[in-house]
Write a protein that binds this ligand. Structure first.
Ligand code: DQA
Length: 142
């Protein structure tokens, strides 16, 4: 089983960026733990601050991988291109957020991508990614 994690803009700064909102851990460190916890699942990680690169990655993996875990960061709230890319691929995409977007500013309450995703997980810190993994691993069974 192959699963792709895609992180969008500013998520390369996890551990340094607003630690009161996003925590103290870098994604690279968390990714190692996640990979070990879910072995032997093949987990891939990609981060970009560029909208078109996120679209490219969705197109690249979206016809062959078993699932995508996508934290589109601020593009969640603005990107028609990412909405369309998710709608163009057969692999299920789980939208995740580290913070609880509904407990934050109003502009974060609306997502352009949720309607094309299998579901949305928000507010559980980095554990949001682990919860998405559990769904993707078991979705054939329910
Ligand atoms: C985020 C929430 C977004 O509103 C924000 O722009 C981010 C991170 C989260 O993981 O909580 O960059 O996606």
């Amino acid at each position: 089983m192959r699963i792709q994690i895609i992180n969008g803009p500013n998520l390369n700064l996890l551990g340094k960026r607003e630690p009161e909102v996003y925590g103290n851990q870098s994604f690279e460190t968390f990714f190692q733990t996640l990979t070990q916890s879910f072995a032997p699942i093949e987990l891939h990680y990609f981060q970009s601050n560029v909208e078109g690169e996120i679209v490219d990655k969705l197109q690249e993996v979206g016809f062959s991988f078993d699932g995508v875990i996508l934290n589109a960061g601020a593009y969640t709230h603005t990107s028609v291109a990412i909405h369309d890319a998710i709608g163009s691929i057969p692999s299920p995409v789980v939208e995740v957020h580290i913070s609880n977007v509904f407990a934050r500013e109003e502009f974060r309450h609306h997502s352009l991508i949720t309607s094309k995703c299998a579901g949305l997980i928000t507010g559980f810190g980095l554990q949001s990614y682990a919860l998405a993994m559990i769904y993707l691993m078991n979705r054939g069974n329910s």
